[in-house]
Structures are given as structure tokens and as C-alpha cells.
Ligand binder design. Structure first.
Ligand SMILES: Cc1cc2nc3c(=O)[nH]c(=O)nc-3n(C[C@H](O)[C@H](O)[C@H](O)COP(=O)(O)OP(=O)(O)OC[C@H]3O[C@@H](n4cnc5c(N)ncnc54)[C@H](O)[C@@H]3O)c2cc1C
Length: 292
């Protein structure tokens, strides 16, 4: 449980960070809550850790036109407490609140979490449902990456060695849209066996728009497109049983994982359950907002 010897640098500028990252075996260090355990197990053996705490922004800003921007070095604790992440953006806050314990949320960052690309992480569900875009800095300039498409497979984000995630943008949503996150967690690790985020828009007491993200179920989080369509029209005149039948397609076309926490059948059933719960919670919040 002792990591191999490693150098450590804390650059003051982004160009110094790029130059430290030009070593192929260098690794970015953010909160260290995923990377350091891997180093202790010797699954990761970087030559140098490049601490990006002084070059990647921390903080959250909201504007009516552009939605919410979250700096890549913003901790889970800050995300979970953000007043900017209410209403349409509540799913992001709920995902952050579901992560680990207070110590993990105090150190772990949204940039580190999304770049780690753990298939069991919570935040990818909200990143998909809320249509997140990532800002990635590199020596040749800055680029935008849609989160939907950012992760190829488990632990494989679309990043080169010198790429640094600097921010996450959640685009503006209709004022009365509401979102929610629900998960069923593994009792030992706290990671989701299945987690689902839902963003819904309601009109005349029915869901008229829906965007979903499901995590913990396959090698990467995904949008269940058929389910997004099948929940349209569900609302106050329908019941829970009807919603459960509309979310049966949640894992269609997806290779559901089996591990020590859950076999394929149980995990797929939990994915349907949390999807229904997230849709219902977002619907109830949207209905309350419509009535207000
Ligand atoms: C006990 C425990 C329980 C946990 N429970 C949960 C849980 O329930 N749900 C959950 O989702 N997560 C959980 N986690 C993981 C936690 O959320 C981590 O903090 C997070 O996954 C990684 O964030 P970090 O800032 O610590 O990143 P680090 O560990 O520092 O880095 C992770 C990876 O991302 C890269 N990286 C970091 N920042 C950047 C950047 N700005 N640009 C490019 N690459 C970058 C690093 O090089 C590394 O490969 C848990 C962790 C622990 C230790």
C-alpha cells in the first residue's frame, strides 16, 4: 500500500503545467481521491504528479443566458452546497451530495471525477441529463467536448497527456425544467449499483421533454434514448405502475455489468427503478414550480 517513488510539481501557470505534462508518464493530480489509491495499489505508477490546484479554476457561476459554469477544481462539497445548482440543475447537486463521505467530498473535484471516467461514478448521470460540455485546455489551444461522447469506455476519457479539464458548463434550461438524481448504492463502497438523473419539462401536468443519464450500469454512463421518449405524456393523470412500465427500456442495447455487488438482472432492475424514481421526482418538482 505504499506508492512507488514519484516527483511532485505545482505549476503556477498553465504553460508550466503543459511543460510538466510533456513527460508521457506524468499524471495530473487534483484531489487525489482516485489517483492516489491506484498509486498505492501500484495500478498507476506516474513519474511525476502535476498538481493543478493553482491553474484550474475553482468556483461556480450562473447566468440566465449561459446556464451554470463549474470550475474544474471545484470540490464535490462546493458542488453539493451550491445555490446556483438548484431548480433545473438540482441533479448535479444531488450527485455531488451522494459521493463518498465528507472527507472525499472535501478533496475530490468535479474535474478529477469526470476525467477519472469511473463507470460507477455518480456525476456522469447528471452530466448527461444536463447536457454538460467540458472545457479542455491543451498546448494547442482550448476545445469544448460534449460530455456525451467524452468517455470511450471504463477509465478512458477522451484526453491526451497534456489535456487539462478547466471547466464544466451546464447549458441554460427552460425556467420551469427540473432535474433529479436517484441511486441505489452498494452498502460497502457507497458507489451506485445504478444511478439515474432526469431532466424534465412539464406542460399541462404531463412530461413534454425529458433527458436522462444512467450510471453505474455499464462500462460508461449512457442516455437511454428510447426511455426518454417513452416517458413523454406521463403525468398527474397516470400512476407509478405506468411509469415503471415506461422505463422498462432503460437498459435496452446496453451491456449491463455484473460484479460482487449485483448480477445483471438485479442491476438492470435497479436501473429501471432509479430511472422511474428520478423521473417522478423531477416531475413533482416541475409540477410544483409550474403551480408556484
Ligand atoms: C473512499 C472513497 C469513496 C468514494 N465514493 C465515491 C462515490 O460514491 N461516488 C463517486 O462518484 N466517486 C466516489 N469516489 C471518487 C471521488 O469522487 C474522487 O474524488 C474522484 O473520482 C476523483 O477526483 P479527484 O479530484 O480526487 O481526482 P484525482 O484522483 O486527483 O484524479 C483522478 C484522475 O483524473 C485526472 N485528472 C484530475 N484532474 C484533472 C483535470 N483537471 N484535467 C484532466 N485530468 C484530470 C488524474 O490525472 C487522474 O487520472 C470515492 C473515493 C474514495 C476515496
Amino acid at each position: 500500500m505504499i506508492p512507488a517513488p514519484v516527483d511532485y510539481v505545482r505549476p503556477e501557470t498553465m504553460s508550466a503545467a503543459f511543460s510538466a505534462l510533456s513527460d508521457d508518464d506524468a499524471k495530473i493530480l487534483a484531489g487525489g481521491h482516485s489517483l492516489v489509491p491506484l498509486m498505492k495499489l501500484r495500478f498507476a505508477r506516474p513519474s511525476v504528479l502535476v498538481d493543478v490546484s493553482r491553474v484550474v479554476p475553482r468556483g461556480i457561476e450562473a447566468t440566465a443566458r449561459d446556464g451554470v459554469w463549474i470550475g474544474g477544481f471545484t470540490t464535490w462539497r462546493d458542488v453539493a452546497a451550491a445555490t446556483e445548482l438548484t431548480g433545473p440543475y438540482s441533479a448535479a447537486r444531488a450527485c455531488a451530495a451522494a459521493i463518498g463521505d465528507l472527507q472525499v467530498r472535501n478533496r475530490g473535484t468535479i474535474g478529477g471525477g469526470l476525467c477519472h471516467a469511473d463507470p460507477a461514478a455518480d456525476m456522469p448521470a447528471a452530466a448527461l441529463a444536463l447536457d454538460a460540455t467540458l472545457t479542455v485546455a491543451s498546448p494547442i489551444g482550448e476545445r469544448l467536448e460534449h460530455f456525451d461522447g467524452f468517455v470511450g469506455s471504463a477509465f478512458e476519457p477522451n484526453l491526451d497527456t497534456q489535456d487539462v479539464l478547466t471547466g464544466v458548463r451546464l447549458p441554460a434550461q427552460p425556467a420551469r425544467a427540473r432535474s433529479a438524481y436517484q441511486s441505489v448504492e452498494d452498502a460497502a463502497s457507497g458507489y451506485p449499483i445504478a444511478g439515474a438523473a432526469a431532466l424534465v419539462v412539464v406542460a399541462d401536468s404531463e412530461i413534454v421533454q425529458c433527458r436522462l443519464g444512467i450510471t453505474g450500469v455499464s462500462t460508461r454512463a449512457f442516455r437511454p434514448l428510447a426511455t426518454e421518449i417513452s416517458v413523454l405524456g406521463w403525468g398527474s393523470r397516470s400512476d407509478w405502475r405506468d411509469l415503471c412500465s415506461r422505463v422498462r427500456s432503460a437498459c435496452d442495447g446496453v451491456a449491463v455489468m455484473a460484479d460482487r455487488s449485483a448480477d445483471v438482472t438485479y442491476r438492470a432492475a435497479m436501473a429501471q427503478l432509479v430511472t422511474a424514481r428520478a423521473v417522478r421526482q423531477a416531475f413533482l418538482d416541475a409540477t410544483a414550480a409550474e403551480a408556484a
